[in-house]
Ligand binder design. Sequence first.
Ligand SMILES: [Zn+2]
Length: 320
Amino acid sequence: MRLWLAAMLLYGLIAQGAYAQAPASAQTETGTTLSWTGQKKTFRMPASERANIADNPSWTAPQKPFRIYGNTWSVGPHGLGVFLVTAPTGHVLIDGGVPGEARLIEANIRNLGIHLRDIKWILNSHAHADHAGGIAQLAHDTGAQVIANVADTPLLERGGHDDPEYGDRFPFPPVHVARTVTDGERLHLGNLVLTAHATPGHTRGNTTWTWISCEGTRCLHMVDVGSLSVPGFTLIGNPKYPGVIKDFEHSFAVVAALPCDIPLAPHPGMVNFWARVAKRKQGDVSALIDPMGCRAYAKDARESFKAQLAKQRAEAASAR
Ligand SMILES: [Zn+2]
């Protein structure tokens, strides 16, 4: 209990520290209120969400930014995949961490010598608070346009409220989506091309982003694999998402079939990211390359999904 209290207090301090220049940040008994310069909207974080973030300390744990490969950089906290893809015509940021922690990502980007204002687009993997929570702040501070899958756009714009699985438990500052994309759409920014692969299920607009990064003449397929997990999801008879089972089955097949040299993910553990980074540090220069990584993740995720589905089917049968 004491540990829990300490974690909550620590989180409060971090949240306030992160918003040191935004004086409207305040902690109340039931939630943390965030507001940011130039934006009149305020966001009040409910206790359910503060507890969730406190339960996942890696989501807010600082992590030094570094080059993954070519023009692809890791700029997130230790426990979340936040990626910057750079190009002379402007940069692209993928995902924005949890609410109240955008400054950590911004500091990482600045530490690479990159100007926030040179970020042209912010993409989203899916509209959950641990990946979209900081996007409103990041869009404000960079001036970048937010681009998201058309099927996740309503959830982004209502700040995560009325999520088909989470309801109102994990909201985030609402995101204005400047441009929507659909399955297979390619985004061109100079020579940089990013492709949106719809991998629905975890959310309706869950997206796997792919692009190519080069070092010299060696160009590799980079894949930010969309989450295919079912954490406590209602898969049978969910009136808010009747097609969820079919969508997941589609997405496992899509991810398994992608050309995939360096698998990345919104949650590093999905693709053993840190284990591979550690191997590289020990001298294995190709340790981040794992052409079977996307397929392996899809297979594991499908097995978890099948187990959860079987359990829910058995429960539904015994309740009849
Ligand atoms: Zn999620």
